[in-house]
Design a binder for this molecule. Sequence first.
Ligand SMILES: [Zn+2]
Length: 358
Amino acid sequence: MSDQDIINCHIHTFTNDHTPKYYPHPVFVVFRWVPGLVRVMRRAAWFMPWAHWHSFMVRIEAFHRSGNRKSQAAIFDEIQPYYPQGTKFVVLPLDMAPIGHGPVGRDIRHQHDELAELAGRYPEAIIPFANVHPDNPIAAEEFRRCVEDLGFRGLKLYPKMGFAPDHPVLMEEVYPLCADKKLPVITHCSRGGVARKGWGKVECDRVTAPFAYKPVLERFSDLRICLAHYGGDQDWENYIDKGFHPDNPAAKEGNWLWQINEMLTCGDYDNLWTDISYTIFRYNKYAPLLRLLLTEKVKDCDRTILDRVLFGSDFYMTRQESLSEKAVSIRLRVELGEDVFTRIAKKNPLEFLGLPEK
Ligand SMILES: [Zn+2]
């Protein structure tokens, strides 16, 4: 097991050509017309009296630089120096055409084809997943093409972009194919990120909450589903900074970190997983709690949380944060210890992805 390579279960390589023209607001189209504007803003921030403005703009500029790359290969090139040779990456595309923020330059078919070509160039390093947005009329057929013709190895979902996890297209066509081919599913589970135009917090939370997956997990009990981001920054922050008053059980039960832990250990959902992508980039604040969750024995439960957590980073979304990919993985390795790190970054991903051990 010791010579097993790290598997980063959650990265992105889509470019601005794959994001809607007017996302997140029509006024942002100016950054497409004048890509150098972010650099000008970063330089201007240097003269501001608040030091954090400049460091914030440095990170935003790095994020824009990645998104502005002309190809997925160019973005993939950026992540490689942060990891040891031999690391594998699960690459997650996104179909943002149906979310109401204007047209995309290149559609999901093109995005999948480009990713398939990239995976062909790095067959040892890239594990490509296909994305389904059920509002795209070709979604189910395109997913089948990715699996059967392009050799894709899993499904990526992002319900906040406008659909419930038990949408009929998913329940009747997409999940059955995943179950049949034993393909894993990674789905966005954080209150942050991209949302369908016009959707507020209520609609987004309704389709993103961990408990929203219960009908799927009950119908497809063999399907391996990973709730990405472990519930997300806001719920980790509430868990730590506010806590839960015993007279108000609804507050605890509404917390997504609590919901995921509950589902991982209740014994009803054997094939449920979570990943720590993005959330763990608030490293100083959350690493001690992660260590506790991964090392603690849960009362009256055979399964530990450690059995079901995956390492992932969410590159290049993490360009908006101050720690680099390498800094986070080194710190995690030290904080968690070699055994726990090996478990979440090597052994668990193999099981989730259905890959053989070396
Ligand atoms: Zn992501």
